[in-house]
Structure formats: C-alpha cells, structure tokens
Design a binder for this molecule. Structure first.
Ligand SMILES: *[C@@H]1O[C@H](CO)[C@@H](O)[C@H](O)[C@H]1NC(C)=O
Ligand SMILES: *[C@@H]1O[C@H](CO)[C@@H](O)[C@H](O)[C@H]1NC(C)=O
Ligand SMILES: *[C@@H]1O[C@H](CO)[C@@H](O)[C@H](O)[C@H]1NC(C)=O
Ligand SMILES: *[C@@H]1O[C@H](CO)[C@@H](O)[C@H](O)[C@H]1NC(C)=O
Length: 629
C-alpha cells in the first residue's frame, strides 16, 4: 500500500491515501436478450475499449434549476440559461475525474494508459477482458444470434462503493444490443431497443375527401382541430420563432403528398416545404415509398405546417440511411454540450457517428443548430429496454433544453398500458408473452418532457360535444414509470387520481406508490386524421398526430409572447399543472387505454393516466401564458 502511494506521487496524481471499499453492483442489464444465446466466455486477453462515463455535477439540483425558470411562481420564471452556463453547471468535477483515475491506477492500470476525453466527460482505457472483469467484478460472454451476428457483454457490473458516486455508467457492459442485425435497422419499427414507430395506422380504405365540420367523428381535418380547441391564430413573429419536428431516417415525407393535402386544406402552403436540418448524414429519402416509410413524416408535417402557417417548420431529419439513429442523435445536434460530453450516446441504442460502414456518414452532427423553441417527436421505445443510467443520462438533456427555453413534446404511445407492439411485462419487469404487468414508454416517462396522449370525437358526436379517450385503432399510451421519480409539479394531480379513483389492478401491475412519474400530461385528438399519403388520401390514428397538434398550439403561444417582447414558454409542465390552468383544459372523462389483457386505466374527472389534464382550449391557454412574465 505504501509503495503504491509512493508510485502515485511520482506519477503526479494524488497523495491521498487510497480508500478501499467493497464493490457494489452499479448496473444490471435491463432486458434479457431472449433471442440471443449465451456462448463462451470472452477471451481473457482480448482488448476492449472501456469507457467510464463520469458523473455530472449538480444533477441533484436539476429539477430545482429547471423549476426556477419554468415554475409560474418562481421569481426567475423565463430567465433561461445560456448553453455556456449549462456546460459550466454540469461538467464533471476534478474530484470525480481524480477519484476514478486513482481507482484504476491502484488497480494496476498505469496512468499513461488512461485518457480523459476533451470534455472530461469520459475516462477511457483499452483494457484486456481480464482487467475489465477484475475491475468490474463482471463476467463477459459472447452472445450469438441465430442470424450469425455476435456481440459481447456482461449481465451486471460492480464498482467500489466509494467510486459509485463519481460514475454514471460504464461501457461496453450491460447495454445489450437488441437489434438482431444492424442492416435491419432500415426497418426498425417497434423493434426492442430502437425507437419504435408510434406511427399512425392506416385504415383499410382510402377516403374520398368531402370532410365537413359535421363529420369530424369520421374524418379529422385542420378545420375540425381549430373548432375542437378554439384554435384560430395567425402568427406574426415567424421570423423570430422556431418550431422543430424530429423524424428518423428512413422515415421521410413526400413533397407531392404535402401539396395534395395543402391544395385541399391550406392552399397558401402549396409548394412550401419544411426547412431541412440534416443530422448525421440524414437525407429525406424518396426511394422507398409506402405507408411505413412516409406515414409518420407526412402526417407530422401536414398538420404542423397547416396549423401554424406561415410559420416555417424545421425538419430535424436524423440518421443516415445505413445506420439510422436514436434519440441521443438529435439531442447531439441541438445540444452541443451533450455532444462534447460525448453525451449519452450508446452504441447499442443510438446510431454512432462517424458511421464506419461503407457509405456511412463520416462526420457527427454536434450542436449544428440552436434548440428550436418547440420540438415535437412522435417516436418512442419501451422503458423496459433501457437501463436507469441510460434513461437518466438522456432525460437530463431534456431538462437542460428546458432550462435553455425549449418545450419538448413526445407522443405517449399507441398501445395503451402495453408497450410497443402490445408487449407487456412479467412480475420481474421482463417482456413476456401474455405478461400482465404494464409496460410504460421512454423517453415519454422522463419528467422533463411533455407527454401527449390521444383523444377522439366519439362516433356520432360533433366538435361541440366532449371528446373521449381514443379507442379506435389505437389506445392512448399512459401509466407510471418504473425508472423516474414523481416530479413535484404533478404530485397533487396524480395523488388525487390515485386516491379518488384508485384503479383496481392486482398488486404489482403498475407502480401505484404515488412516488413515480405518471403520464401523459395532456392530450389532443388522435383518430381519423385525413392525410395525403403516397399520392392518395388516407386516414391515420395515433398519438403521433396528437403531439404535433399540441406542439403547434405552444408554438403559436410563443409567437404571441415573442411579439409582446417576452421569452418563449420553455418547459410547460409546471405551468399547465398549476391552479391557474385548472380550467384551461377540456377534461376528458370517457374511455380508457386497454392493454395487457386489462381494460387499462379509465379517463376520469381531473388528471388521469389516459388523457392527462385533458385537451387544451387555445382561447384559454393563450391569455394565461401571456399573463406570465
Ligand atoms: C480542475 O483541473 C484543471 C486542470 O486539470 C484546472 O485547470 C482547474 O482549475 C481545476 N478545477 C478546480 C475547480 O480545481
Ligand atoms: C485504444 O486503441 C485504439 C486502437 O488502437 C486507439 O485508437 C485508441 O486511441 C486507444 N484508446 C486509448 C484510450 O488508449
Ligand atoms: C415504486 O416506486 C417507488 C419509488 O421509486 C419504489 O420505492 C418502489 O419500490 C416501487 N414499487 C414497485 C412495486 O416497483
Ligand atoms: C374555449 O374557451 C373559450 C373562451 O373561454 C370559450 O368561449 C369556448 O366555449 C371554449 N371551448 C370549449 C370547447 O370549451
């Protein structure tokens, strides 16, 4: 021990006497790789690139910091932080860097083998498997897929207890790649571990276009939405305002589809296109055309552009055609600090750029655009497929965007209380056929995004009647997180729901403790949307439709605020749950979100895990948002 300390002093690190502590488990794999067969132990002499993600500072204050600029009663409401202030606030401390470095050196890794990334976010070392297994008290195995693909990983790993506070995660370890084959990412709809396609579902028949306000129960158009939500606003600050829609390649819009829609419903937009922001080698592909390729983008853009015209809409098209992309990739592009931390990108969950595949994008899009004031994302994956450390690292970035003044809206999913594709969990929270434990989504359970569920004009009803929860083709995603604690802003609303309308499911069906993040936050119509798609009109359903509609309303609120010399609203959740907004929503009290062999939750008066607070009445939310500083 003494000898070691002397060596350390010579090596110029620290003189502190090393503190020994026993190992504690840091991460365990989120989901067992059912389709993969565990094979032999990885060769002990093989070299693996070990990367240790260091803890960021001030994460314990993240909710407080976000609330200070977004809670309506905060004296600093709207005083958003600059990107530089965000970097300074969250950079890992020297103490963390030194503690982890000392642990590695004490364990026999010579200091000259260690590299700290430029941003200090990562400590990297090329280690043998034997060294990694010893450091992490882990066992690395080779896993084989019936397709012939191979990968390696460990089921869990440990670190000394005194090191644990200094690291967020270590790779490569438990973050198992659930995509059977990288080339199949081209069609990644709903595949475990990749962004699922909460996409619209097309009804069998193409429709003839004779929609009127009298038929909004059968066909939703811009006119129906304007009537339902009292949403009539022509923007005046379009040159100062920004509105982004995220799409993941190969999903892409078709120009002729936009024009088909605009000719019928917004003639002033014929020929208009979104402003392309191409992230990580993205391009708006037109080679592959079908509902699966064009449905999501056509829907999002036709409605976002139609509802906010003439506001230019930014298309954040993400991922090259070879590798595709995950949520962290679009975050890299709008949040340079995430990127220069080498952020949360995880080779098994996200596209890793530069893409080394032939033809792959050889750069990385890092902070290429200022975060838009509002961003709408109609994609999601199951929370059960990611580890808590991975989920937290990404969720932290949404909080940072909120601190900088952006509103991030995610659709809540289309399978009710089940996960993508109707998958549910067993009592150990693993995906299981016939599982009856609810399977919440991600990133929609992150408490720092706004989760948007789906409603419908009930069959036979008009736009003047109350809507119900969407129960046609899709069911509104909603429920309770297994990872994130309850944010303060929704505590009263959710506890009221749990005590006044206690759902009667067997213990363990969902976390009913009242201490976890519940979703969605609010909702909008998600049934029977008329869209131009592949040269025809089609009807689509989904929370995919709801998210851009709510995002359009927030964008118009920002327009009015910017015009009045105020800041954009940023993270809206603390405001919409506040008592001033109590009557600003149309409370939804009909319908449910069935799934997992159950009727799901039921929409009731007040907040519920089907439709959240309800649908916005634009005429009511606008003056309330305008009254804020
Ligand atoms: C952290 O270390 C860097 C160089 O290694 C030094 O420039 C900086 O002042 C240190 N920060 C603190 C807070 O000690
Ligand atoms: C690990 O090895 C690779 C390949 O030789 C090299 O490019 C990289 O810089 C090394 N990383 C470290 C931290 O030494
Ligand atoms: C529910 O969440 C709370 C708070 O995170 C946690 O302590 C508890 O163990 C969870 N209960 C179940 C059944 O998972
Ligand atoms: C929306 O709010 C306006 C203004 O308060 C009101 O006149 C209208 O009836 C409301 N619409 C609905 C559907 O509640």
């Amino acid at each position: 021990m003494r000898f070691l300390a002397l060596l350390l002093a010579v090596a110029g690190t620290t003189l502190a006497i090393p503190t020994r502590s026993s190992h504690v488990v840091h991460e365990t794999r989120a989901v067992n790789p059912l389709e993969w067969i565990q094979g032999v132990r990885l060769d002990a002499s093989q070299i693996i690139p070990l990367r240790i993600g260091l803890s960021q500072q001030n994460l314990d204050r993240i909710e407080e910091l976000l609330m200070s600029v977004s809670h309506p009663e905060s004296p600093t409401y709207g005083q958003h932080m600059s990107p530089d202030e965000i970097v300074d606030m969250f950079a890992p401390s020297n103490e963390s860097i030194n503690a982890v470095r000392d642990w590695l050196v004490e364990s026999g890794i010579s200091p000259d083998r260690l590299k700290v990334s430029a941003s200090k976010g990562w400590l990297q070392v090329n280690a043998t498997v034997a060294e990694a297994e010893d450091l992490l008290k882990a066992k690395y195995h080779v896993y084989e897929h019936p397709s012939g693909a191979k990968q390696f990983g460990c089921h869990s790993y440990s670190v000394p207890e005194h090191i644990q506070p200094h690291i967020e995660l270590i790779k490569p370890t438990v973050h198992f790649n659930h995509r059977p084959n990288p080339h199949q990412k081209f069609k990644r709809d709903g595949v475990l571990g990749s962004p699922g396609f909460n996409g619209p579902k097309k009804s069998a028949a193409h429709v003839t276009i004779t929609p009127t306000l009298e038929t909004c129960d059968q066909m939703i158009t811009l006119e129906c939405l304007r009537a339902l939500y009292d949403f009539n606003y022509t923007p005046v600050a379009t040159d100062k305002n920004t509105f982004g829609i995220v799409e993941f390649t190969p999903q892409a819009y078709l120009g002729p589809d936009l024009d088909l829609f605009f000719r019928n419903f917004t003639p002033s937009l014929v020929g208009k296109r979104p402003v392309n922001v191409l992230i990580d080698g993205a391009f708006v592909q037109t080679a592959a055309q079908s509902f699966d390729y064009n449905g999501e983008s056509d829907l999002d853009l036709e409605y976002a552009m139609g509802l906010t015209a003439p506001q230019p809409v930014l298309l954040l098209q993400t991922g090259d055609i070879f590798e595709g992309a995950g949520f962290d990739n679009w975050l890299d592009a709008v949040d340079g600090s995430f990127c220069t931390f080498e952020g949360g990108d995880d080779p098994t969950q996200d596209g890793i750029y530069p893409d080394t595949q032939p033809g792959g994008y050889k750069g990385q899009s890092c902070g290429i655009i200022a975060p838009p004031h509002v961003v709408s994302i109609s994609y999601g994956q199951d929370e059960s497929t990611v580890t808590a450390a991975f989920a937290n690292r990404q969720c932290t970035e949404y909080a940072k965007l909120g601190m900088m003044g952006s509103s991030i809206l995610y659709s809540s999913g289309d399978s009710g209380v089940a996960g993508n594709g109707g998958v549910c969990l067993d009592s150990t929270k693993q995906p299981a056929t016939n599982g009856n434990v609810f399977n919440p989504g991600f990133p929609v359970t992150c408490p720092f995004v706004t989760a948007v569920g789906a409603t419908q004009v009930n069959p036979g009803s008009t736009v003047n009647d109350p809507e119900g929860a969407c129960e046609q083709v899709i069911f509104s995603g909603g429920g309770f997180s297994n990872i994130f604690p309850m944010p303060s802003y929704q505590s009263t609303a959710v506890k009221n729901y749990l005590s006044q309308h206690t759902p009667s499911f067997p213990a363990g069906t969902f976390n009913n403790s009242g201490n976890v993040r519940a979703y969605p936050d609010l909702s909008a119509n998600g049934a029977n949307y008329v869209i131009g798609i592949d040269g025809q009109f089609g009807l689509v359903f989904g929370t995919s439709a709801s998210a851009p509609v709510v995002a359009s309303m927030i964008t118009m609120v920002n327009d009015a605020r910017i015009h009045a010399g105020k800041k954009p609203v940023g993270f809206i959740n603390p405001v919409i749950y506040s008592s001033d907004f109590q009557h600003a929503f149309n409370d939804i009290t009909m319908g449910g979100n069935q799934g997992c062999g159950t009727p799901g939750f039921t929409a009731v008066s007040g907040w519920d895990p089907v439709t959240g607070l309800g649908t916005p009445n634009f005429s009511k939310i606008l003056p309330l948002f305008m009254a804020l500083p």
